[in-house]
Each structure stands twice: as C-alpha cells, then as structure tokens.
Design a binder for this molecule. Structure first.
Ligand SMILES: Cc1ncc(COP(=O)(O)O)c(C=O)c1O
Length: 325
C-alpha cells in the first residue's frame, strides 16, 4: 500500500506550477512553488518539522514538553500539527494585526494563543517576541523555537526546499524569487542554489514599511524607518539573525494594496488561491522584469493559502473599506 504513517510525512515535495496569464509580459518561463500543498497549508511546516526533530535529537525537547513560539500564524500551524501528532503542548504569541481566522485555526489544534500589540518596539516587554521569551523562562520543560534566530530555520530550506527546486527544474533554474520574513526561505534555498550554480540570481521581496530593503542597500539598521503595514508574513522591523544577505542579489518593496490586488488576480487567472504575501511575490517579480530574458527559468515561492485571508483581501467589503476596490 502507498500510504503515509501520519500527516507529517506529507510535508514537502510541493508542486512547481507554470504561471501563464499573470506573467504574459515577462519573457522568461516562471514557475511557482505552491507551498499551500503542505498539510498546514504553508511553507512553515518545513521548518516546524525540522526544528522539532532537531530539538528532540539534541535533548532540548522531552516527552510531554511545551513548544513556545512568537509566530504570525503559519509557523504556529506547522508546530501545532507536530504537537498534535507527538503529544506536546503549544503556546503561541501573535501580533494583533493577524487574521482572526489564523488564531482560530491554531486553537483548533489545541494550541493556546496569546495576542500581543503590534505597535510596540520588538524589545518592549509587551511585544510578541518578548512575551514568548518570558514564557519560555517561566515554564519548565519548554522549548522556544525562536524562528528569527534559530539557524535550523534556514537549514530546513537548505535541506528540503532548495534541493526540490533544483531537481524539479533539472538544474535549469536561473532566478529564485521569494518574500522575506525571517529570511529562512531565501537564505536556505539561496545558499543551496548558489552552491550548485553561483550564476543563479536570488531576488528578495519586502514590504513597504519594513526596514530590510534599506539595510540591504545601505548596511544601516534603522528601526526608526519602520512603519505599520498590513501584509502578513513578510517585512520586518528588526534584522533577523536567520537572514543571510550574502546570498541575496537584490531587494524590492511592494505595498499592501498592490500585493492584495496581485493575489486576487492570481486566483482569477491561474486558479492558484494563495495568500497575501504570494500577491507580494507576484507583484515583486514583475518589478524584477528587467532581470529576465527568454529561456530563463524563474522560480517564485507562494508561501501559504488564500483561505487564511477570507476576511481580508478576499472580502470585497473589506477591500472597499481600505479604498482598494
Ligand atoms: C505568509 C508568509 N509569507 C512569507 C513568509 C516569509 O518566509 P521566511 O520567514 O522564510 O522569510 C512567511 C513567514 O512568516 C509567511 O508566514
């Protein structure tokens, strides 16, 4: 029988799908790595599985323990899947700008979710980073996943996402495009691909309001330049330790509205119902058009599923309230 022993074995080996109508004015062939085919419907299942397996091997997480993380939702979902299968408790801290549906989804797996204010600096004791750290200090037999600092995050992509893309394109990939949150995806995949072929260009997508693009272009860390934005999953108000700028060739910023409209276009024209940051990836890819020529093989990451954004970008009333329709 061709069966899996549990749902965790369905993580990874996602399809690479050619984009057609949304890239009509791009000369290259563009393929999307559609990460919502993971069981938690996002790319973060990969890091959740890898980090928990490593923590178990190194004795950092013992049976009956508690997994703690500051997560904007998708990493939590991956961790919640694993906790449900392996019998761990889970506590997540989450910023208050996140979709209510993401919070409810985590609770469906039995996780505890603590909502923290978005509009405070990362070092503020009320921030979702600091609350997670405090809980990890206070709760015995707990493990803080720490996706912004844990090098097992990019390592997961170096070991799975990167090799899959290389094999699926028969090594013909010329450009890799991905949004940057923790930077785990772009750093791990970027490192793997550049080791295989240093000519491959690695192109990052950031949001307006994030400080990452300024840091990449100038080397200056300017948290004062951060301002609130709505897109979930990408852009930062700090420089994550998991982000390796040395494998990245360029950075562009995309706004909330253009990302939302691009995600909706993707659904209508390609029937790929992906999340908000996938819209950012598509809109950003178009800004990189000058990099691509006929015969190039471009791979873009679509990190998660559109159903998580039903109350936002896929709700016409909400879109009208923003003035975006
Ligand atoms: C929806 C979504 N898109 C993109 C990303 C960015 O991926 P990474 O953290 O690997 O840079 C994340 C990560 O939080 C995400 O949740």
């Amino acid at each position: 029988m061709k069966t899996l022993n549990n749902i965790l074995e369905a993580i990874g080996n996602t399809p690479l799908v050619k984009l057609n109508r949304v890239v009509e004015d791009i000369d290259a062939d563009v393929y999307a790595k559609v990460e919502y085919f993971n069981p938690g419907q996002s790319i973060k299942d990969r890091i959740a599985k890898h980090i928990i397996e490593k923590a178990e091997k190194e004795g950092l997480l013992k049976p009956g323990g508690t997994i703690i993380e500051a997560t904007s939702g998708n990493t939590g979902m991956g961790l919640a899947l694993i906790a449900a299968i392996k019998g761990y408790k889970c506590i997540f801290t989450i910023p208050d700008k996140q979709s209510q549906s993401k919070i409810d989804a985590l609770k469906a797996f039995g996780a505890e979710v603590i909502v923290c204010p978005t509009a405070v600096p990362p070092e503020d004791p009320r921030s979702y980073y600091e609350v997670a750290k405090r809980l990890a200090r206070e709760i015995p037999n707990s493990f803080l996943v720490n996706q912004y600092f844990n090098q097992w995050n990019p390592e997961a992509h170096y070991l799975s996402t990167g090799p899959e893309i290389w094999e699926q394109t028969d090594g013909k990939i010329t450009h890799f495009v991905a949004g940057v949150g923790t930077g785990g995806t772009i750093s791990g995949v970027g490192r793997f691909l550049k080791e295989k072929n240093p000519d491959i260009k690695v192109l990052a997508i950031d949001t307006e309001g994030s400080i990452l693009t300024h840091y990449f272009k100038t080397g200056e860390e300017r948290p004062d330049l951060a301002r609130p934005y709505l897109t979930e999953g990408i852009g930062e108000d700090l420089i994550p330790a998991t982000l390796d700028f040395s494998v990245i060739d360029d950075f562009v910023q995309v706004g909330d509205k253009e990302s939302a409209l691009a995600a909706r276009e993707l659904t209508r024209k390609e029937a790929i119902w992906a999340g908000w940051s996938s819209g950012s990836a598509l809109a950003g890819l178009r800004k990189y058009k000058h990099y691509f020529k006929k015969g190039d093989v471009v791979v873009v990451i679509f990190p998660d599923h559109g159903s998580r954004y039903l109350a936002k970008i896929y709700n016409d009333e909400w879109m009208r309230q923003q003035g975006w329709l």
